[in-house]
Design a protein around this ligand. Structure first.
Ligand SMILES: [Zn+2]
Length: 351
């Protein structure tokens, strides 16, 4: 009697997933497996909000959402989970995303962490996860995630979008190439465009997030046979879809072959110091990373007032003033919040 009652409850609970359970290789068994799995989504901006949306609707057991930012009106064209009311209230993205997703699927256990993902916090955020999904908006966090996931043997799915194109690949430590194997060393700060300087198209984000989510679901369902084992490069504007088959190379990788975790061990990465009484935060990278101020000035000119000379570049945006020095150091004036200062630095200088 009790057993059949339990069976009946499970059937009730699974009812909503009927359209995906009839997919080949999914079934009731796959759906139950999914409901026992835990996923950490790092970053709840454009990619992260789409990914969290897919995974919550698909019925994963537990979602941990981590993001350091607040909802702004400029997020709304592409960040699927948020509303004008969230922006007006200045809600943290992790909180607004969790609220929305609990309305969508109350079966999913959702935890939100309003936190800067850095070498101090990342390992705790991914502890116990069966899968980590990359919804980050900068290279420092992605390379840090790569190190943390390789160190702890947790599969993760990388994704990045800029303008109208994006890239994604699933990474299984010890089996597939890691992010460092695929893309080489982390690009130095200021050397690559960011979404704030080069723009970003909502449907491009949605496409990459969907591809990321599919690989993530295969991993959660134990369908490794179906993984693409590829770096996917997609430009939704030109219609170019490229699938580059990936395999572990013969060259030694400092991360996955040698276990050198420079970002995680904080030999590199950025450090923030609140400048007391000045309503400002200083950021510097370790070791110092030279910034090409002239090139950076060229990229930032379209966005806000820029003043540049041989010694510094000063740039005003979002009510703050960023002063950048050739050694990579920055002072962000107009805030005493290290998280906001780091976010601005990552957005406009590009960590
Ligand atoms: Zn590697």
């Amino acid at each position: 009697m009790e057993a059949s009652q339990t069976m009946h409850n499970v059937t009730d609970r699974l009812e909503r997933y009927s359209r995906q359970m009839i997919l080949p290789g999914w079934g009731r068994e796959g759906q139950i497996r999914l409901s026992e799995r835990s996923v950490t989504v790092v970053g709840c901006g454009a990619l992260g909000s789409h990914i969290a949306n897919h995974l919550a609707r698909a019925g994963v057991g537990r979602l941990l959402l981590a993001d350091r930012d607040f909802v702004e009106y400029s997020n709304l064209p592409r960040q699927a989970l948020y509303s004008e009311a969230d922006a007006a209230a200045g809600l943290p993205k992790a909180v607004a995303a969790a609220q929305r997703l609990r309305q969508v699927n109350s079966q999913v256990e959702i935890e939100s962490h309003v936190v800067d993902v850095n070498s101090d916090t990342v390992e705790e955020l991914i502890a116990g996860a069966d899968l980590v999904m990359d919804g980050a908006d900068n290279f420092e966090v992605r390379y840090l995630l790569n190190e943390a996931c390789v160190k702890h043997g947790i599969p993760w799915v990388y994704g990045g979008v800029l303008g109208t194109y994006g890239l994604t690949a699933a990474i299984i430590p010890g089996e597939t190439p890691c992010l460092y194997c695929l893309l080489g060393p982390m690009p130095p700060p200021g050397s690559v465009p960011t979404c704030e300087t080069a723009g970003v198209l909502g449907p491009a984000v949605a496409t990459i997030a969907a591809l990321e989510s599919v690989e993530g679901l295969k991993l959660l369902l134990d369908r490794r046979d179906a993984l693409l084992n590829s770096l996917m490069v997609v430009d939704v504007w030109t219609g170019d879809f490229e699938r580059i088959q990936t395999q572990r190379s013969q060259t030694r990788c400092p991360v996955c072959d040698d276990g050198r975790y420079e970002l995680l061990d904080a030999e590199r990465g950025s450090l923030t110091v609140v400048l007391c009484g000045r309503n400002a935060v200083q950021i510097h990278s370790r070791p110092a990373q030279a910034l090409n101020l002239a090139a950076l000035a060229g990229r930032l000119e379209g966005i806000g007032p820029v003043v540049a000379n041989d010694y510094l570049l000063r740039f005003e945006v979002d009510g703050c003033q960023l002063t950048l020095f050739p050694d990579g150091r920055a002072i962000v004036k107009g805030t005493a919040d290290p998280i906001q200062a780091r976010a601005l630095y990552a957005r406009y200088v590009g960590l």
